[in-house]
Ligand binder design. Structure first.
Ligand SMILES: [Ca+2]
Ligand SMILES: [Ca+2]
Length: 319
């Protein structure tokens, strides 16, 4: 496995700032509609892993006991249709719209588009391009649109955009612990995926990742080159879709690779400060040989203003 920096999944729009002073404290919310959400019972579970398949810099261990109150979580990531309702109601402008550009996976661009639009290919992660005019409505740049993708996860949204949507919906982003609890689907520790510990049990493809040679050849054995509709593949034991694969998902918490060694046990909400926010679950670009993070216990992070073609979110709500 190639040791990849987190930039393989998370090109940074702005350099990480000095630890931000935004409070880590989670605002509990119980106002949003629970339509399309699942109520999870909470309780105790073992978070993280002590195995050696992850990247040491991600801090996937030590395994530690966490106890959660019951909570609600979206069964799917927020779709373009849902995000459109938010924008129509509020006139909200996403950060990609305000910056005027965002990150697009090179494989989504035609050679001509690459010539015309690329201002900067990300050093060390040459499959990421800065594309002018890439926004949630035009995920791969001005020549693209979401007309046939209303049921797909909204992408090209930053953590700040995701938090704004959640607040409007009377919800919040899930904590990292809630996300992992939900992803595990009620299975015990020692399972890397929402259905068990095998990537492709019986040769079946149970999530949208990358088959072939990353980043050049994708056999699309799982049926999708790019993002799939939010409700794709089989739900996990909690009735939740695509926690792993498809698109990365923002979580509430600040990221700290050393956090698990000192995390609270009860309803942890992450460190008090940080320069990047947690993202979870991996995406359609994940491949075991490269970014082996399409797992329930894998962690990554990005600056709160960053956005890409493979990063979305789902919301949570208190019980
Ligand atoms: Ca795929
Ligand atoms: Ca996902």
């Amino acid at each position: 496995m190639t040791d990849s920096s987190s930039s393989c999944c998370a090109p940074l729009r702005s350099k990480p700032a000095a630890p931000a002073s935004a409070p880590a404290g989670l605002v509990r919310v119980r106002t949003g509609s629970t339509e399309g959400m699942k109520r999870l019972p909470g309780g105790e579970f073992l978070m993280g892993n002590d195995r050696d398949y992850g990247f040491p810099a991600d801090g996937e261990g030590p395994v530690h006991r966490v106890r959660l109150d019951p909570f609600w979580i979206d069964a799917t990531t927020v779709t373009n249709e849902q995000f459109n309702a938010f924008v129509n109601a509020t006139g909200y402008k996403t950060e990609s719209e305000r910056f005027g550009w965002s990150f697009v996976f090179l494989g989504h661009l035609t050679p001509a588009e690459r010539e015309r639009q690329v201002r900067l290919v990300v050093q060390g992660s040459e499959w990421w391009c800065r594309v002018e005019g890439a926004t949630w409505r035009h995920p791969e740049g001005p020549g693209s649109n979401i007309k046939k993708r209303w049921s797909h996860p909204v992408v090209q949204v930053s953590w700040n955009d995701a938090a704004a949507y959640a607040a409007w919906a009377g919800k919040r982003l899930p904590t990292e612990a809630e996300w992992e609890f939900a992803a595990r689907g009620g299975l015990g520790p020692g399972n890397r995926f929402p259905w068990g510990d095998e990537l492709e049990p019986g040769g079946r493809h149970l999530m949208n990742v990358w088959q072939g040679v990353f980043p050049t050849t994708n056999t699309e054995a799982d049926g999708h080159y790019g993002p799939a509709p939010a409700k794709s593949y089989r739900a996990n034991g909690y009735g939740i879709y695509a926690m792993t694969g498809n698109v990365w998902e923002w979580c509430h918490d600040w990221f700290d690779a050393g956090w698990y060694a000192r995390s609270d046990m009860d309803n942890p909400t992450g460190p008090n400060a940080g320069d990047r926010r947690v993202m979870r679950g991996g995406s359609y670009l994940c491949h075991a040989s490269y970014c082996n993070r399409c797992r329930v216990d894998a962690r990554s992070a990005n600056t709160p203003d960053s956005a890409t073609t493979n990063l979305g979110f789902r919301c949570a709500r208190d019980d």
